[in-house]
Design a protein around this ligand. Structure first.
Ligand SMILES: [Zn+2]
Length: 295
């Protein structure tokens, strides 16, 4: 899952120099409330006719690894713009596929289903199911709150949710700790935008939380999902998770991160995979992260 509005820090445009603190923690995947499952059983409407968008009728288009349904209201020229819009989304998804295979070694064998909803339709169907405004979530199918154009924010959400889908496809049943599944998803979402380091605002938000003793601890971060947390705690949990994975990748390299994921898929045990790959476990990672934020 991906919150729509992260902490204020997330919006700060200034980039930080390469991360100065190493770290990382345990892994997981988000579980959604049962009520959401019910909502998801309603399939998108018929795809046979090209709709105007925003009317609950979803157009379908396929690419090599994805089946896309979309219903975004693209304005007066919606019908003529839809094909280009769908091709752009599929191009982003295929880029996510390639990037994820390259950096994490994950390669789903079956097409992934993706639904890009008109924002109003997304709110109508899913608002209230999460304690914070959601930009997208994965539950067998990727669901994303659409936008009239495929911008960096939408590309980032698509990458984020694709990571959840890729784990779901490659390792069904594997439940990772939240810090790992959301951290990897956020990390890939940031890479979609070309971001290789934390933003200044993100770093400051972490420092402030650490100084105030408000950083989520490993127990909180190890829940399979953050959807049950209050909005402010969830924002921080996503941010810490991202920082842990970002620093793992930055300080030890993406190749090693890929080795870690391979070990994770073999053992199904994040802590064991960490120890095998890096020589220390989630507690060490989290402790190191916390102490470096405070110094
Ligand atoms: Zn997520």
């Amino acid at each position: 899952m991906r919150p729509r509005r992260g902490p204020a820090a997330v919006r700060a445009p200034r980039r930080l120099p390469p991360a100065r603190f190493p770290l990382v923690g345990p892994g997981l995947r988000g579980l959604l409330p049962g009520v959401l499952l019910a909502a998801l059983l309603v399939p998108p409407g018929g795809a046979e006719a090209r709709s105007r968008g925003g009317d609950g009728r979803y157009d379908q288009r396929r690419s090599r690894h994805f089946v896309l349904y979309q219903d975004v209201d693209l304005g007066r020229r919606g019908r003529s713009r839809a094909s280009g819009f769908e091709r752009e989304i599929l191009a982003v998804l295929e880029a996510a596929f390639d990037r994820t295979e390259r950096s994490l070694g994950l390669r789903p064998l079956r097409p992934i289903r993706v639904v890009v909803h008109d924002p109003a339709e997304f709110e109508r169907r899913f608002a209230g199911l999460f304690p914070f405004p959601a930009a997208g979530f994965y539950q067998g199918t990727i669901h994303v709150r659409g936008a009239p154009a495929v911008d960096g924010a939408l590309a980032s959400v698509l990458h984020h949710e694709y990571i959840h889908a890729a784990f779901g496809a490659v390792a069904p049943g594997l439940v990772l700790p939240g810090w790992l599944s959301e951290g990897l998803a956020e990390w890939m979402g940031a890479r979609a935008r070309g971001w290789r380091t934390l933003q200044a605002g993100e770093f400051e938000a972490l420092r402030r939380a650490a100084a105030a003793g408000e950083l989520p601890d490993l127990v909180e971060l190890s829940a399979p999902a953050f959807g049950g947390l209050p909005a402010d705690r969830a924002g921080l949990a996503y941010l810490v998770s991202y920082a842990l994975v970002q620093n793992l990748a930055h300080n030890h390299g993406v190749r090693r991160l890929r080795t870690f994921v391979a070990a994770l898929l073999r053992s199904g045990d994040p802590d064991r995979a960490l120890r095998r790959t890096y020589g220390w476990g989630a507690e060490d990672l989290e402790r190191s992260f916390r102490s470096r934020l405070l110094h």
